[in-house]
Design a protein around this ligand. Sequence first.
Ligand code: ZLM
Ligand code: CA
Ligand code: ZN
Length: 390
Amino acid sequence: HNGITRPQGYTVSYHANPAVEAHHFGQSHPMKPWRLVLTKELVLAYGMHHAMDLYLSRAATFEEMAEFHTADYLEFLRQVIPADMEAAEQSDRIASYNFGDDCPIFDGLFDYCSLYSGATVDAARKLINNQADIAINWSGGLHHAKKTEASGFCYVNDIVLGILQLLRFHPRVMYIDIDVHHGDGVEQAFWSTDRVLTVSFHKYDKDNFFPGTGALDSNGPSHPLNPGSRHAINVPLNDGIEDGDYLQLYKDVISSCVETYQPGAIVLQCGADSLGCDRLGCFNLNVTGHGSCVAYTKTLGLPMLVVGGGGYTPRNVSRAWAHETSILIDAVDKIDPNIPDTVTFRNHFGPDFSLFPPLSEMRKIENKNSKQYLTHLVNTIREQLRYMQG
Ligand code: ZLM
Ligand code: CA
Ligand code: ZN
């Protein structure tokens, strides 16, 4: 192998199950679980598995998922089949649980959900049992799912389940979300508690970008009797933000949050739809810029649960998550930025075979975030944090 061993002095666990990757949301649906195949192949080709503990994740049990979701919803998720989509008897419940074009009913839906959720729960348990310092599940990060409702390609909220595990041990957990969409499901799940601080960076345009929530002044229900009021931080952005500005903003916001909140653990959702050239996204981040946020978060030295999320240009999703795996095992300088020219990789990464193609230049979206606006965001959030302290 290529010399990646275990130089880190800390333990990284990697949770995956190839059974997740085989599921299909349907023709031309943007969510493609096979992007995980590409990610895993890169991780293995670079020999990163030599520096991590690999776990074949198991399916979360019904009871584990019922720590957040209702039994009614889970029971429906377990028994529904694609043909029910057209069947009149089920149509009321299908509509009320929000299944449809964004959240289709496909073969093996319940297995898919319980497998990606099991991996996040396993990862969280490795952290609380002190068997890992950093735990990774690229198949998780499905931040839109609600207690009784599917939303935005998400059915079961594995992140909420993972945080509930961490709360068994840590008094305070901080959640960070760099997916281009607002992490509404996680925010909502914890907005009545002061034991979780949620922070989402996202494109915000109330009427024209999903899910339409996450305004700067949306900090959870504000009431003197709600301990969770002000424990939601939102960083609403406009189109086209670039690496340098994003990283500066990320450091300014996250350092202030950590200083004030003093979390015992961090959950980082690494949605790769914030990269340039994403099919659904509208930012101009490069693989290196996205990765710098992961690298900065790692320097905080806290136990860290790292999950995936969105990402709709599969070759770039796999580039980002492979690069971020190398960051988490401290092996960036041992990774060849030229992807090996193998049969599988030729189709996806040719003709350049670069791990770091210039995404921000390939489909340039005008940067609508002025320096003045970004300064305003940081100042407002620091003000919010002062109020949060009481
Ligand atoms: N229509 N097919 C991000 C979740 C984003 C809601 C507009 C559905 C799509 C999109 C689905 C093949 C995460 C909305 C969209 C069409 C109402 C969204 C199926 C194309 C297709 O071609 C498509 C028939 C589909 C869905 C585009 N949906 C683009 N954006 C968002 C959800 C999830 O990345 O944050 C985490 C994993 N939905 O904008 C509509 C309003 C449904
Ligand atoms: Ca986000
Ligand atoms: Zn997204």
